[in-house]
Design a protein around this ligand. Structure first.
Ligand SMILES: NC(=O)C1=CN([C@@H]2O[C@H](COP(=O)(O)OP(=O)(O)OC[C@H]3O[C@@H](n4cnc5c(N)ncnc54)[C@H](O)[C@@H]3O)[C@@H](O)[C@H]2O)C=CC1
Ligand SMILES: O=C(O)CCC(=O)C(=O)O
Length: 429
């Protein structure tokens, strides 16, 4: 949705927070809950293919910079690999591998016929011109040409990328193979076969899951107090849609800081302000400034981290005052913090459920493209809502039946489906 022009150095990921350890730990927990054969778990712990490519790019100054790009394909037992492409300074092979594994469980949980993958380049896109970004994206795509394809691995947007980059990827792939291949990416512009509703889909899915979870606790979404960290594609759409649904959005933030209003922010006005101010929240007349750290610990019904990984850690988990945390970002809560929130009775809606709206509409885009029939936005939203609501209730019921947290229930469903398919395909006796 909105690209920020704020340039700030990124703090390194603390050494004790390893994204792959977290994802593997949840996999192991789901495996023991389901009594999955250790051989199958050993297969699922490792990505099937890891590709790192060198991306030489001529900068506008005439200098050449050589970047590293990754694509990790975790598992394709249920269908083609699927997952976003991230441009962010924190990108590492470890991070991309963990995100690829999350995609496998997310697609399986939602019942969509995809495997899991993720890609990324460790750059701050705000530091590059549009021309440089185009050259980087095209070279990255060309380097991956033998590893991606509409029946093999289908990239999509993630942090730092959008429909624009998907159009460049599609064009580059199409030029390489000699004909137009819209199905090579999802999240592309409508003009080249994108789907209505994809841009807001992840945020809309977050809103739907939060609404269902609040309803389960007997609370309506209208009037619920919400805090959102991140105001990009996911956080921006989630805040706007929650506001539209009558929730009181107390605070939102992005890289530039945050704003808070005790009686709720006028989110559309803030959105306009941020666009006009090239990503800056400061000087917004309808709220007071707040830091990202303060925002995370505000008392509210629902806290929605929609930016980076590892935002809720053992250092701030005890200060979280939300009743519910909805993981719009991938991996915003560390392993230890997750246990701390659980023992404090705070409901955590796990990423593989809460942010699945994006890949669901990517799937619907792919379905429309395959059939050459394109739907109106109402139909896309309805189909997505149906899948999200059913997934939420499957997770909730599994958690109730097994007496386990929602995250483990979600993993149990996702891992169980993949393990079953592995067995049925004869890969494991
Ligand atoms: N784009 C998509 O369809 C999907 C994205 N996600 C996840 O959602 C998260 C956000 O992705 P997008 O919204 O697409 O990215 P984006 O690049 O559009 O927006 C990221 C937002 O986070 C803010 N941000 C960055 N660092 C921050 C910090 N330290 N503190 C506060 N805010 C900060 C940025 O200023 C920006 O507002 C990521 O974890 C991504 O993997 C998950 C599912 C699908
Ligand atoms: O839309 C997609 O294919 C992938 C979205 C994504 O990267 C994610 O859900 O984390």
């Amino acid at each position: 949705m909105m690209k920020s022009s704020v340039k700030m150095p990124q703090p390194p990921t603390p050494a004790h927070i390893c994204p792959m350890d977290r994802t593997c730990s949840y996999l192991q927990q789901a495996g023991s809950e389901l009594n999955v054969d250790p051989g199958i778990l050993a297969v699922l712990e490792k990505p099937r293919k890891v590709v790192t490519v060198s991306i030489p790019v001529k900068l506008d100054t005439g200098e050449v910079e050589v970047l590293a790009g990754h694509r990790v394909q975790h598992c394709d037992v249920l269908g083609p690999y699927k997952g976003g492409t991230r441009y962010h300074p924190s990108v590492t092979l470890q991070e991309v591998s963990s995100l690829a594994m999350l995609m496998t469980w997310k697609c399986a949980l939602l019942g969509i016929p995809y495997g899991g993958a993720k890609g990324g380049i460790a750059i701050d896109p705000n530091q590059y011109s549009v021309g440089e970004l185009e050259r980087i994206t095209r070279r990255y795509t060309s380097e991956l040409i033998k590893d991606i394809g509409p029946a093999v691995d289908i990239p999509a947007p993630d942090m730092g990328t959008s429909a624009r980059e998907m159009a460049w990827m599609m064009d580059t792939y199409s030029m390489n193979v000699g004909h137009s291949v819209p199905g090579i990416v999802t999240g592309k512009p409508l003009s080249v076969g994108g789907s209505k509703g994809r841009q807001q889909a992840t945020g809309r899915g977050v809103m739907i899951v939060v609404r269902e979870a609040l309803a389960q606790e007997g609370k309506p979404l209208a009037g619920a107090s919400v805090v959102v960290q991140g105001f990009g594609n996911v956080g921006g759409a989630a805040a706007l849609l929650l506001h539209e649904a009558g929730a009181k959005v107390l605070a939102v933030s992005n890289l530039s800081g945050g704003v808070f209003a005790e009686n709720g922010l006028d989110v559309p006005a803030l959105y306009k302000h941020v666009v006009q101010n090239r990503g800056h929240m400061g000087n917004f007349p309808g709220g007071e400034l707040i830091t990202n750290e303060e925002l995370l610990t505000l008392p509210c019904d629902v806290l929605i981290p929609a930016a980076l990984e590892n935002q809720i850690t053992e250092d701030n988990a005890l200060q979280i005052q939300a009743q519910m945390v909805a993981e719009a970002a991938n991996g915003p809560v560390t392993l230890v913090a997750d246990q701390m929130l659980h023992s404090r009775g705070i409901t955590v809606l796990p990423d593989i459920l809460a942010n699945a709206g994006g890949v669901v509409v990517s799937y619907l885009e792919w379905v429309q493209g395959q059939s050459y029939v394109f739907w109106d936005e109402e139909r896309v939203n309805q189909e997505m809502e149906g899948l999200m609501v059913r997934a939420y209730h499957r997770v909730y019921e599994t958690a109730q039946q097994r007496g386990i947290p929602l995250r483990l229930a979600a993993y149990t469903l996702g891992v169980g489906r993949v393990a079953q398919a592995l067995g049925d395909r004869g890969l494991y006796p």
